[in-house]
Design a protein around this ligand. Structure first.
Ligand code: ACO
Length: 284
């Protein structure tokens, strides 16, 4: 993704970490002109990501980043565009307080780091750049991918997680977030809080009140609360069906549309040889 200004002047590192300040290194601090360019880059990336995921509106923009406690990892290619550099993609993460269901179906309150948006430029996908960016973030956060939650992962992203990190079995939730087997293990008791089923002031709602049309449709097709442990619905394919949201992102495309998205029909089955190439779980 090229811009009519010097990307290398804005972002000195191959991967830059941006937050609400929109400052990428010392150069852009106190330089409103450079920060305006950074905002242009983020807005453009957010639009491209939304288009790729068939979202109704971008989840990522400069103004959103300024108002939220999220972090955005931006990957550049410093050599291209006549040495001015080009942006290859981004990954946005942030902590979210979630009500989740554990393997036993008990409500648990947790505040994991969540993947909120992830995009690699169309012509650069499937070249390992997504992995480079994701690995950078994991190292930066000193975290295992199984301990993270994923906000409505797209089929491509689910395939990515299965291939690179062996994340295949999800624990069914009643919100938009996907967590995988192992999420509830190896956490200190302080990180997870069992939530009582009833509160004095009424029943607990494990999801936001922001219901989405797509969700209602899917609720009709999914057995509730979720499929039995050995049902095929607990396999990777079931992860393509999403449900209610805590409310951070606008509707991603309905399941049918996702399945027919470009590239979406390839390598999606749990039997895919690509999934079998899944690397051993990474340890840092
Ligand atoms: C919570 C969220 O953010 S969900 C939104 C995720 N983003 C999107 O869906 C936007 C469009 N897709 C993309 O931008 C990218 O494909 C990403 C970010 C998902 C992955 O980045 P990439 O650089 O393509 O990944 P990388 O090259 O490191 O890994 C490739 C693997 O990712 C998955 N993948 C990438 N593209 C595709 C595709 N078109 N179809 C199916 N799987 C894909 C596959 O597992 C692939 O392995 P394979 O080629 O052996 O099948």
């Amino acid at each position: 993704m090229e811009f009519p200004f010097d990307i290398n002047q804005l972002f000195s590192e191959r991967v830059s970490v941006l937050d609400h300040t929109l400052v990428a290194g010392r150069k852009s601090a106190g330089r409103p002109d450079l920060q305006a360019h950074i905002a242009t880059v983020i807005d453009e990336l957010g639009r491209a990501s939304a288009k790729a995921q068939q979202l109704t509106a971008p989840i990522t923009s400069a103004s959103k980043l300024q108002s939220q406690k999220h972090q955005l990892y931006l990957l550049k290619d410093g050599e291209s565009n006549g040495g001015r550099g080009a942006v290859m993609g981004f990954l946005k993460v942030g902590y979210k307080k979630l009500f989740l269901l554990d393997q036993q179906g008990a409500h648990v309150e947790a505040e994991p780091l969540c993947v909120l948006d992830f995009y690699i430029a169309e012509n650069l996908q499937r070249h390992g750049y997504g992995l480079e960016l994701f690995d950078f973030m994991l190292q930066h956060k000193n975290l295992e991918p199984v301990l993270m939650a994923y906000d409505r992962p797209s089929p491509k992203f689910l395939s990515f997680l299965a291939k690179h990190y062996c994340l295949k079995q999800s624990i069914p939730q009643v919100n938009n977030f996907v967590v995988f087997d192992g999420f509830f293990l190896n956490r200190s008791v302080g990180q997870l809080r069992k939530v009582p089923l009833k509160k004095p002031d009424g029943e607990i709602k494990p999801y936001s009140l922001m219901e989405r049309e797509v969700v209602r449709q899917e609720q009709r097709t999914l057995p509730w609360p979720f499929a039995p442990p050995h049902s095929p619905l607990r396999s990777v394919s079931s992860q393509y069906s999403q449900s209610l949201s805590v409310g951070s992102s606008p509707s991603r495309a309905p399941r049918a549309a996702l399945a027919s998205a470009p590239g979406g029909s390839r390598d999606q089955s749990p039997q895919s040889p690509h999934l079998d190439r899944c690397r051993a779980r990474r340890t840092r």
